[in-house]
Design a protein around this ligand. Structure first.
Ligand SMILES: Nc1ncnc2c1ncn2[C@@H]1O[C@H](COP(=O)(O)OP(=O)(O)OP(=O)(O)O)[C@@H](O)[C@H]1O
Ligand SMILES: [Mg+2]
Length: 224
């Protein structure tokens, strides 16, 4: 069984089968996880910068503060189901770029700074709000996983409007563990897959070529 198939068929580790409970857990995970991961890695990057480039460190701290305020207002909006405020404020691609800035520049234990490159092709402003929200949440969780688990040096995010929305998050890290790893699947992989399949799309996580991990999804544009 492919890893992504197992995500769908696996049993819920919390035993919570109610849609509302599952949705709430997913929203909390997807808002808090990437925001706190961004804070932790962004603060470390700022600490590394402060002695040699105080201006860049101050800029990064300002961006982290904005991101924290954004996450706080997203938390308040979970109860009314509203979209992430940053999407209305700066748009999908800039929102993802801002999140990537917080995560990149982080210097790994081996001393190598992480580089995250975000590219967009085609007109993404025409996407419906549900497609934008799913894309934003999936990319943020894939980036969180990349910085937390992969030990990657570089990561490429590519968003393409080609009649469907195609997204890819590809890293050059250690790759996903085999299915016998424990635990091999948390809320993050389930959430990414659920967000995409609910919109009629396809999602997968697979080994990168020649190394690393590739998360990809295709979402029809007509959704929403
Ligand atoms: N880019 C990646 N590189 C290496 N391993 C990865 C990557 N993405 C995911 N994984 C592996 O897949 C596992 C499951 O990811 P998932 O997002 O579901 O859970 P998690 O990140 O461990 O916890 P959480 O529920 O908070 O998201 C991770 O624990 C990790 O072992
Ligand atoms: Mg995760």
């Amino acid at each position: 069984m492919r890893r992504d198939e197992a995500v769908t068929t696996g049993t819920d580790p919390t035993g919570d089968s109610g849609l509302d409970g599952a949705r709430l857990r997913r929203e909390l995970h997807d808002v808090i996880g990437p925001a706190l991961t961004g804070m932790a890695f962004g603060l470390r990057a700022a600490r590394n910068l402060v002695g040699r480039d105080a201006e860049s460190a101050a800029r990064l701290l300002g961006q982290l503060e904005d991101e924290l305020h954004g996450a706080l207002s997203d938390l308040r909006r979970i109860t009314d189901g509203g979209p992430p405020g940053v999407l209305a404020k700066v748009g999908l691609v800039e929102a993802i770029r801002r999140h990537a800035v917080a995560l990149s520049g982080h210097v790994s234990d081996s001393g190598t700074p992480l580089r995250i490159d975000v590219q967009a092709r085609g007109n993404l402003t025409v996407l419906t709000l549900p497609v934008k929200v799913a894309t934003y949440r999936v990319v943020c969780e894939a980036l969180s996983n990349m910085v937390r688990h992969s030990r990657a040096r570089t990561c490429h995010v590519l968003l393409r409007n080609e009649g469907e929305l195609n997204l890819e998050v590809v890293d050059d890290g250690i790759g996903v563990p085999g299915r016998d790893a424990d635990p091999w699947c948390g809320v993050g992989l389930r959430s990414m897959r659920a967000r995409v399949t609910e919109l009629g799309g396809r999602w997968s996580i697979e080994p990168g070529v020649p190394v690393g991990t590739r998360v990809s999804a295709t979402i029809p544009l007509g959704t929403g």
